[in-house]
Each structure stands twice: as structure tokens, then as C-alpha cells.
Write a protein that binds this ligand. Sequence first.
Ligand code: GTP
Length: 177
Amino acid sequence: MAKAYDHLFKLLLIGDSGVGKTCLIIRFAEDNFNNTYISTIGIDFKIRTVDIEGKKIKLQVWDTAGQERFKTITTAYYRGAMNASAGVERLLLGNKCDMEAKRKVQKEQADKLAREHGIRFFETSAKSSMNVDEAFSSLARDILLKSGGRRSGNGNKPPSTDLKTCDKKNTNKCSLG
Ligand SMILES: Nc1nc2c(ncn2[C@@H]2O[C@H](COP(=O)(O)OP(=O)(O)OP(=O)(O)O)[C@@H](O)[C@H]2O)c(=O)[nH]1
């Protein structure tokens, strides 16, 4: 029987409580959105398989609790992930870009931060779907290329801003790595 996927990548979302980590994962994995806020307890994951450069990539996306009281568990978990593989690929997300009126972080500021860390930055909206697939796929592609998959063009990924125009933007930061 054909294998259901070519690669399995594990992604982890970290960020402050309420920035929309769970909603981003639900939008990505189930194409759904709910306004109700149920704070994550501990850690959970969802799966979606995407097609990248002709490869089936199974993404196991882990959701962490942003609340301070779970910090010991979540930081222990992502430190473990960081230690397990030296060059972890990272991505910075500014979510809730559908809420421009309540913007907390200017785009330039987030761009600068991403540039300093040499990582990509996306403004996303779990509510409108803006840039959600793009962000996850971009990270998966970077991991695929890095892990020896097909590499085309310049191997040194520029710290770019790869954004679709968002009519209204609000940014709370969370990151995906
Ligand atoms: N307008 C808007 N609201 C959003 C968006 N993403 C999430 N929300 C809302 O923000 C609230 C918090 O979202 P969650 O996904 O639960 O946040 P979280 O980061 O997982 O929070 P913790 O589990 O406490 O770490 C919920 O009421 C969501 O409906 C978005 O893109 N746009």
C-alpha cells in the first residue's frame, strides 16, 4: 500500500494567551473558526497533510497554552523540541489582522523583529483565513528544503516579509516554529 505521506513535520505554536494559537490551528486543520474563547490547558495537537513540491507533508501542529500558569509545562516542551533538532525553523505570526482598529504591534516593528532573527513574518487572521495556509505551508517548505528535499535557487532564505494585503490589520504576536 502506498505510504500516506512522504514526511512528517512537527510544528509548535507558542505565544501569549489569547493571541489566537488554537484558532490558527483549527483554521489550518479543519478550516473552521469559533469566536468562543476556551483557553488551552497544557498541550494538544492537530494534523493536516499538505502537498508541497510534489511531496505529501504530514504536519502535526502542536498547540501550547499561553497562560502563565502552564509556562513550566510548555517551555519544558518546546525546549525539548529545540534541543532535539539544532536548527529549528521558525516563523513569526501577527494574528487577528482582521482587527485593524485594535492593532497592538505595528507591522514595521514586527518586520524588524523578524529581520533581526532572520525569519519570515506573516500577518494572519484565523477568522478570515488570511495567510493561514500560506504561513504553515511556507514553514513546511522551509523545513522540507532544509531537510534535504528539493532545493531550488538561493538556499539562504532571505528574512522576508511575505504578506498578502490585509484590509484591516491587528497584530498580536505568536510564533510558529
Ligand atoms: N477577530 C479575530 N479573533 C480571533 C482570531 N484568532 C483568534 N481570535 C479570538 O481570540 C480569542 C482567543 O483565541 P485562542 O485561539 O483561544 O487563543 P490562544 O492563543 O490559543 O489562547 P491560550 O489557549 O490561552 O494560549 C478567541 O475568542 C478567538 O475567537 C482572529 O484571527 N481574528
